[in-house]
Design a protein around this ligand. Structure first.
Ligand SMILES: [Zn+2]
Length: 169
């Protein structure tokens, strides 16, 4: 589930189920960094590596040749020199347990669950819908395409979130 827009709007009580590309974490000591800070370190340690070195894919990945890759120096953790990665749950990783617990606590406190702009293909998100239904919550989905839970919920609105949300807000 993607909550970036909620954060940009100033929401403070947002749970980013799959993390955020705006943060970077150290795999060694678990230090956290702002992505902007790491971006500056990237530029400083790779002054000859221009941003137009490759084609940026929709997922943010950049294709570069093996030859160019050998020139690239990834930034390391200021604290321990460890390997850095975006603070994102990648495919095959698990959502951290404290984050799952927080989502479950929020779910139990509410009486309804509104899914916006997710296909619920990833099980960690689909599981939230299942939990909501098991605990008799009202569940509605707004998504332009089919979702994994379409057959399970009573209300599904097939529209782009960008079209309907401005009408609500
Ligand atoms: Zn570290």
């Amino acid at each position: 589930m993607h909550f970036k827009l909620l954060n940009k709007a100033g929401s403070k009580e947002v749970v980013e189920l799959h993390g955020s590309a705006y943060r970077v974490m150290c795999l060694g000591c678990k230090s956290n960094y702002d992505r902007g800070y790491i971006q500056e370190k990237l530029k400083d340690t790779n002054p000859n590596f221009k941003e137009d070195s490759g084609i940026i894919r929709p997922d943010g990945d950049v294709e570069i040749s093996t030859e160019r890759l050998s020139e690239f120096l990834p930034p390391t953790c200021d604290n321990c020199g460890g390997i850095l990665k975006p603070d994102i749950v990648f495919f095959g990783d698990n959502v951290p347990r404290p984050r799952v617990n927080l989502v479950n606590e929020n779910l139990l406190e509410g009486d309804s669950l509104l899914i916006l702009g997710s296909s619920l293909t990833v099980f960690s998100a689909y599981r939230i819908v299942l939990k909501a239904l098991e605990t008799n919550k009202n569940v509605a989905i707004v998504n332009i395409g089919p979702t994994r839970a379409d057959e399970l919920v009573k209300l599904k609105i097939r529209v782009r979130c960008g079209e309907i949300l401005p009408l609500i807000c």
